[in-house]
Design a protein around this ligand. Structure first.
Ligand SMILES: Nc1ncnc2c1ncn2[C@@H]1O[C@H](COP(=O)(O)OP(=O)(O)OP(=O)(O)O)[C@@H](O)[C@H]1O
Length: 354
């Protein structure tokens, strides 16, 4: 038996229509880790999670979760994981407490333990004061917190959070981060997917980046940033796209930067990633001035995870900002659509264990 929360190797998943969503993933997540799984839309994050929680049977590969084999011991896997899916699993017609009671039912939490566990979870996500109010009246942030709580009623040692903060305003997002940290500090392993790189940076000890169904990079946020190679020089210039393209050509054609340096045209100017960003930055400004390009601002900074993502995938993360509900009662417009269904971990849209 492995000591890891997740131990997967060679996992592949091809959908019935032939889409190869996951192409040979190896993944190890030690118990207690706060692990982040990043990738652009359609990269295969949700599909990977669904194979790990046994909602989908992999086309190939081996998966052990909490020491159980995902193929032959699917029930044990499902009993020891929590899954907060992208779609909410809460019922807007029920109160917060009723939603948690329903989740206890679905997960088979012993009756004698329910009341205490529900109170504990309502406290954990700061919903004790509104426990008797209908979820329909909650803001987007409160619904997400309730959703997270429903995934925890059976005290799973491992929780999957699939883009848990998408569409929330920064305040609501920060609050959720607090709860996720609390859950992790209690010893729960967390597997998080997110579109927000600052979220991954703030929360995760280790990250893997998935692209077209394959893991293309793995490490701590600091290690991934070091992989970018150097620092980032952002230069803002006056003028239209052709001026910016001209500025980029100058940055590329001078011998100021090493060969592996990259130059990208941005909406405001150019961005140079180079080991010499700091030492040669002012020389670049002189070269631009000599070419009659007006520089309106510049800044040298350490790489962010967004720069890592750009370097790996060739694209910025599409953060897909939705409406921004405030984090107060009845202020939502967030439009969640719970239908009184069982917690997501109990959905089955793929295979069941034998
Ligand atoms: N049921 C399905 N049948 C066929 N193809 C699917 C199905 N579900 C997902 N896909 C495809 O599989 C690929 C991976 O999708 P997946 O949802 O796992 O990606 P993701 O990284 O989670 O993206 P997102 O961030 O948009 O949720 C995509 O090409 C997607 O269109």
């Amino acid at each position: 038996m492995t000591d890891d929360a997740i131990d997967a190797s060679g996992v592949e998943l091809t959908y019935a229509d032939g889409t190869q969503a996951v192409r040979g993933i190896d993944l190890t997540v030690p118990r207690g880790e706060f692990f982040g799984f990043l990738g652009p839309n359609g990269a295969g994050k949700t599909t990977t999670i669904k194979t790990l929680v046994t909602l989908l049977r992999p086309t190939a590969g081996e998966i052990r979760v909490n020491g159980f084999d995902a193929l032959s011991e699917g029930r044990a896997v499902r009993e020891t994981v929590g899954y907060m899916a992208q779609e909410t699993s809460i019922d807007p017609e029920l109160t917060a407490r009723e939603n948690l009671r329903f989740a206890c039912d679905s997960y088979g939490v012993p009756r004698s333990e329910r009341a205490e566990r529900i109170d504990e979870l309502l406290d954990l996500v700061d919903l004790a004061d509104v426990a008797g109010k209908r979820a329909d009246d909650f803001s987007g942030g409160m619904k997400k917190r309730l959703d997270a709580a429903t995934a925890l009623v059976h005290r799973p040692p491992l929780v999957f959070l699939d883009e848990p903060t998408t569409g929330l305003d920064p305040k609501a997002r920060n609050r959720l981060w607090e709860y996720f940290r609390r859950i992790n500090e209690r010893g729960t392993t967390i597997f998080l997917t997110t579109q927000y790189l600052e979220e991954a940076d703030a929360l995760c000890e280790r990250l893997a980046v998935i692209l077209d169904g394959e893991i293309v990079s793995e490490g701590s946020p600091a290690e991934l940033k070091r992989e970018v190679g150097g620092e980032i020089l952002d230069v803002n210039v006056e003028g239209d796209e052709s001026t910016r393209a001209g500025a980029a050509d100058i940055a590329r054609s001078t011998d100021l930067f090493e060969e592996s340096a990259t130059v990208e045209v941005t909406p405001d100017g150019i961005t140079v990633t180079s080991e010499r960003a700091r030492s040669r930055g002012t020389d670049l400004l002189v070269a631009l001035r000599d070419a009659d390009i007006t520089v309106t601002g510049f800044n040298v900074r350490a790489p962010t995870l967004d720069d890592v993502f750009l370097a790996i995938t060739g694209e910025h993360v599409d953060t897909d900002e939705g409406p921004e509900p405030t984090d107060s009662l009845a202020a939502d417009g967030g439009g969640q659509s719970g239908r009184g269904q069982a917690p997501s971990g109990h959905h089955s849209e793929g295979s069941e264990d034998a």
